[in-house]
Design a binder for this molecule. Structure first.
Ligand SMILES: Nc1ncnc2c1ncn2[C@@H]1O[C@H](COP(=O)(O)OP(=O)(O)OP(=O)(O)O)[C@@H](O)[C@H]1O
Ligand SMILES: [Mg+2]
Length: 337
């Protein structure tokens, strides 16, 4: 569900830039010795002047290939690092001023990082959050019960975290992140490495929770299934720059020049060579198959197919988001080289 068009902005980012200075170590002993005295640096522009805003209650996907600047942007929005230049406000705060009032209202979850105590039951880490965020004991207990029920891990909160599966641990991480009822949730690859079932559980939970609580969510993920399940809008970043920002449907429309027609024939499949005249034949599972055809030719191709063959069922689909996004990255990369 999208928030009202006039909802105030939860996040506003303007010309945000983060340049890292990285020490260059030369190969060879002489060069190593020299570099002890003359350190050589190169600069890496992780985020190169990005601007975007996100309305309160929106759930937006932040997409891009490896090294695009996604995690860096989320770290900036969490106040973990300072920008080189530019501004950002999140819930009215400047994140890197690290005000306690801001810390109480957002959460960052990083799928690649364990934020819970490894050797202790998750319950102990939750208690620590209760103290840090000054959560009232009865509210804490109610939220913990609710969240652990929703995520189906109630029985596991007393088990040391290291004994949990990756999927269970991730769900504990989400509980820890949500105990203090943040208004803004920054999710950096929350389903990375999870099996399909756990992935779906996390997706379903996030969808339900976001709808109920109307919180603002910015999500990075390499799994387009997450994005399709959860977000209507995507901001695409590549090499530190925003390449596209808009509804997912528009991205598919703008970048995908093809459509897929799925056909179910009443009897034997005609020869592929015969069908190749209409488009690229793939995914043949007799009596079904798929045809990839240019976007603008859907109507005429369908008419021709239906008049020529006995077809029981037909559907027209967009290409999978995964393919389209991969193509967007490739096109952008090709354009900049
Ligand atoms: N602490 C750092 N020091 C130097 N360079 C860094 C640092 N952190 C990130 N970078 C560089 O900045 C760029 C952006 O990194 P970032 O982690 O934001 O990418 P990402 O979009 O999250 O990628 P991924 O999808 O692989 O997680 C990369 O080139 C990375 O090597
Ligand atoms: Mg990252």
């Amino acid at each position: 569900m999208s928030p009202a068009a006039d909802a105030p902005n939860a996040i506003e980012v303007r010309d945000l830039t983060k340049v890292y200075r990285v020490f260059q170590k030369r190969e060879g002993l002489a060069a190593s010795l020299k570099s002890l005295f003359h350190r050589e640096y190169k600069t890496v522009t992780a985020v190169g002047g990005v601007s975007f805003s996100i309305r309160q209650g929106e759930m937006v996907a932040f997409l891009g290939p490896n090294g695009a600047g996604k995690t860096t942007t989320l770290k900036l929005l969490s106040g973990l690092i300072y920008p080189t230049s530019g501004t950002a406000t999140a819930l009215g705060f400047t994140p890197w001023q690290r005000e306690i009032a801001y810390r109480r209202r957002f959460s960052l979850v990083m799928g690649q990082k364990n934020q819970l105590w490894w050797d202790l039951p998750a319950q102990e880490s939750f208690r620590l959050h209760e103290a840090i965020y000054h959560i009232e004991p009865d509210i804490f207990q109610r939220r913990l019960d609710e969240l652990s029920d929703l995520l189906e891990v109630r029985k596991l909160v007393n088990q040391p975290v290291r004994e949990l599966s990756l999927g269970e641990r991730m769900r504990m991480e989400l509980i820890a992140a949500l105990l203090h009822s943040p208004d803004l949730l920054l999710l950096d690859e929350p389903t990375i490495g999870l099996d399909v079932v756990s992935q779906r559980k996390v997706q379903e939970f996030l969808k339900h929770y976001q709808r109920e609580q109307q919180i603002t969510v910015l999500l990075t993920s390499h799994y387009m299934k997450d994005v399709e399940a959860l977000c209507e809008r995507a901001v695409i970043i590549n090499q530190g720059l925003i390449q596209h920002d808009g509804p997912l449907a528009t991205i598919v429309g703008r970048f995908s020049q093809t459509k897929i027609i799925e056909l179910q024939f009443a009897s034997e499949l005609p020869a592929s060579t015969e069908l190749e005249r209409f488009g690229t034949v793939f995914d043949i599972k007799s009596p079904r198959l798929k045809l990839r055809i240019p976007r603008g030719e859907v109507a005429q191709t369908l008419t021709a197919l239906l008049s020529r063959y006995e077809i029981e069922d037909v559907s027209v689909q967009d290409r999978p988001l995964e393919e389209v996004i991969a193509e967007v990255f490739q096109q952008e990369a090709a354009a900049t080289h």
